[in-house]
Design a protein around this ligand. Structure first.
Ligand SMILES: Nc1nc2c(ncn2[C@@H]2O[C@H](COP(=O)(O)OP(=O)(O)OP(=O)(O)O)[C@@H](O)[C@H]2O)c(=O)[nH]1
Ligand SMILES: [Mg+2]
Length: 389
């Protein structure tokens, strides 16, 4: 895929800091024979955190930051001095980022709010100095604890946009035109399929200063589940929307059939998406006359509300906003929003699928943990020899 500023997949290697080792030291001073142990503790290694930041809309800023390493804790010193703690590292991500383990595909966590902090890797604890080990029978312990080793993890960050309304439709259905008519977003619009290649968000203002967010995603076609067209890659951006707005042009031969094809593709991607509220918009109605519109409305699917609109002629748009607002604020939707926190299930990733996605994104190159020296250092720690200082 061509380089683009919309980055919704990133793979990052993270490493926390190792704990500093405790010191083995005996107090030494003039005229104080056998001063006793006074080795200080090691500092703790730095943690690695994820932090939600609403100033970011994509993962672009992380594309070139593939290694996030916290620093190690300092070693303990003589006279009971404690080593410095390692520096923590924060990975700032846009709200709506889901984190998976890159090796196993397992779901790790989800960052949805601005300022939300999730600890990804804990830094190693610092070892205790020998002064902690003095007992009545061993008053001069000649050993101290090594620090805990660091932890490593390769993660995949996946962005799922947070919007209230997601637009679902075939290419050319008029999705981008609707978004630009309702909000100040300016997606590209043209009379050929697949104009939109990456999702965009717009804020739709409603009465009394209220508003909701609408997401325009690239069009889907029949067979998208098997990878046709742009595939279902972008469908995950509507996974978190509370409402799906299906869009079918009014000049389509069989509106009901087209709606069913779309519904089926969505279902194949994730059956849970069918639990969401749905609204059908019949677009481009400036091309239809009243009579035809009347005829069409008799043969529309009856399991969801429908609105006839024309984004170009500004027809039916306020009615559409009313319908959307009502559905967004309906009791069932509120209930769903409350329980959604617990029920929004992020399925673990299928590894093969994940790899093919990464290849598409040019993210497949192997990232290796650099800094071999540090790794040797850990081995050092394991057969740590307590030197006599
Ligand atoms: N007559 C008429 N044409 C429209 C209307 N809405 C959109 N169009 C035209 O339909 C074509 C496609 O519109 P887009 O908004 O780019 O369609 P899209 O659904 O975003 O298409 P993709 O991004 O390719 O998936 C453009 O030529 C628009 O000018 C409408 O209400 N009336
Ligand atoms: Mg478009």
């Amino acid at each position: 895929m061509a380089e683009s500023n919309f980055v919704d997949y990133v793979k990052i290697c993270c490493r926390s800091g190792k704990g500093g080792r405790g010191s083995m030291h005996m107090h030494r001073a003039k005229y104080i024979p056998n001063g006793g142990p006074d080795g200080g503790d090691g500092g703790r290694g730095g943690h690695v955190f994820l932090r939600g930041n609403h100033n970011y809309w994509t993962l672009l800023h992380l594309r070139y930051e593939r290694h996030v390493f916290a620093t190690h804790g300092g070693n303990g010193g003589k006279s009971g001095s404690t080593g410095a703690d390692g520096e923590d590292r924060y990975i700032d991500v846009p709200c709506g980022t889901v984190v998976y383990n890159a090796e196993t595909g397992e779901y790790i966590c989800d960052v949805t709010e601005d300022g939300q902090v999730v600890m990804l890797l804990k830094g190693g604890r610092g070892g205790l100095g020998n002064k902690h080990f003095a007992t009545s029978t061993n008053q001069a312990p000649r050993f101290a604890q090594p620090g805990e080793p660091m932890r490593e993890l390769t993660i995949i960050l996946e962005l799922k946009l947070l919007a209230d309304v997601g637009l679902v439709g075939f290419p050319n259905a008029g999705k981008s035109t609707l978004l630009s008519a309702l909000s100040s977003a300016r997606p590209k619009i043209a009379g050929y399929p697949f104009t939109t290649l990456e999702p965009s968000l717009g804020i739709v203002s409603y009465r009394d200063g209220q508003s909701f967010v609408m997401a325009d995603i690239p069009g889907i076609i029949e067979g998208a589940a098997e990878g046709r067209g742009l595939g279902l890659r972008f469908l995950r951006h509507i996974e978190r929307n509370s409402l799906l707005l299906f869009m079918v042009p009014g000049d389509t031969d069989d509106i009901r059939k087209e709606y069913e094809i779309l519904l089926n593709e969505v279902k194949t991607f994730n059956p849970e998406l069918l639990d969401k509220q749905r609204v059908l918009a019949i677009t481009k109605t400036d091309l239809l006359d009243e009579e035809l519109q009347q005829m069409l409305s008799e043969d529309l699917p009856d399991d969801l509300p429908h609105v006839f609109i024309s984004a170009v002629a500004n027809k039916g748009l306020s009615e559409l906003k009313d319908v959307l607002w009502k559905a967004l604020n309906s009791e069932s939707n509120k209930l769903q929003a409350i329980t959604q926190q617990e029920t929004l299930v992020h399925r673990n990733k299928d590894l093969a699928w994940l790899r093919s996605e990464m290849e598409d994104e040019g993210e497949d190159e192997e990232i290796e943990f650099i800094d071999e020296e540090d790794i040797e250092d850990v081995e050092d720690l394991e057969d740590f020899e307590y030197e006599d200082e």
